[in-house]
Design a protein around this ligand. Structure first.
Ligand SMILES: Nc1ncnc2c1ncn2[C@@H]1O[C@H](COP(=O)(O)OP(=O)(O)OP(=O)(O)O)[C@@H](O)[C@H]1O
Ligand SMILES: [Mg+2]
Length: 233
């Protein structure tokens, strides 16, 4: 059995009398420690897929397995535990708390889970030791995103889910953030999934899953992923 199994997942949103079919019988598999890039046009169902995987949304039918447990049937406390301890989320616009410092933003996450990393260690890992006591408004976009990544990985999550993590960054800072995410997969054996509109990112992945119109239209496996430093764009 694969580490992540997304099996025949359908997701409908009911808007009055209209049914929006966001996911239509979608299936894919991901192994532990893989870095996966999800690409596809706007509205293809990428965020819906990530939200279901992260326990933030419910599927209409199908099944999602993570590390041997069926997370799509989790409810109540078990679902909260899964979201708190097993999933780290990184969003396009960082979502940091503006009146807390970098360190305090990371500690928000470490306070709600069992075996967190030390906040100073993790901030060092993302290269922000000198900015540890700065507020988000005193940091550049790339630095804020690195705090958001530190907050997500401080929980030692099984899954690091990133929805357009470089969407608000310039090329250079975007690459720094991607290098950090690649290190999480290769050095820390974290399973990392990145949604992007930038297909130039695809060569860094072990696997590229393309979504079209609510379904997976192709899965490509890269035997030799490119180092972020060598990505061309
Ligand atoms: N909460 C919701 N209620 C109703 N419809 C929704 C909801 N969330 C998503 N949808 C619809 O489901 C479809 C898939 O949306 P989704 O956000 O997954 O696309 P996406 O691939 O992430 O697009 P983008 O690249 O623009 O972020 C779209 O038609 C969207 O309008
Ligand atoms: Mg989206």
């Amino acid at each position: 059995m694969a580490y992540i199994e997304f099996k025949n997942v359908c997701k409908n949103y009911q808007m009055g009398e209209i049914t929006i079919k966001a996911l239509k019988n979608t299936s894919f598999e991901i192994e532990k420690g893989e870095l996966v890039v999800i690409v596809g046009p706007s509205g293809a169902g990428k965020t819906t897929c990530l939200n279901i995987l992260g326990g933030m949304d419910k599927l209409t039918s199908g099944k999602v397995m993570v590390d041997g447990s069926e997370i799509s049937s989790l409810k109540g406390r078990k679902l909260i535990k899964y979201r708190r301890e097993d999933v780290g989320f990184v969003f396009q616009f960082y979502n940091l708390v503006q009146n807390l410092t970098a360190k305090e933003n990371v500690e928000l996450a470490t306070q709600i889970c069992k075996k967190p990393m030390d906040s100073e260690t993790i901030i060092k890992k993302v290269g922000l030791t000198k900015r540890i006591n700065n507020f988000p408004s005193q940091l550049s976009g790339g630095e804020q995103q690195r705090v958001a990544i530190a907050r997500a990985i401080a929980k030692r999550p099984k899954l690091l889910l990133c929805d357009e993590p470089t969407g608000a960054l310039d090329d250079k800072t975007g690459k720094q953030v991607l290098r950090l995410l690649q290190n999480m997969a290769t050095k820390e054996h974290m399973t990392v999934i990145i949604i992007t509109h930038n297909s130039a990112i695809a060569p860094m992945a072990n696997k590229v899953i393309e979504f079209k119109n609510g379904s997976v239209s192709s899965v490509k496996i890269n035997k030799k992923p490119t180092s972020v430093r060598d990505l061309k764009w």
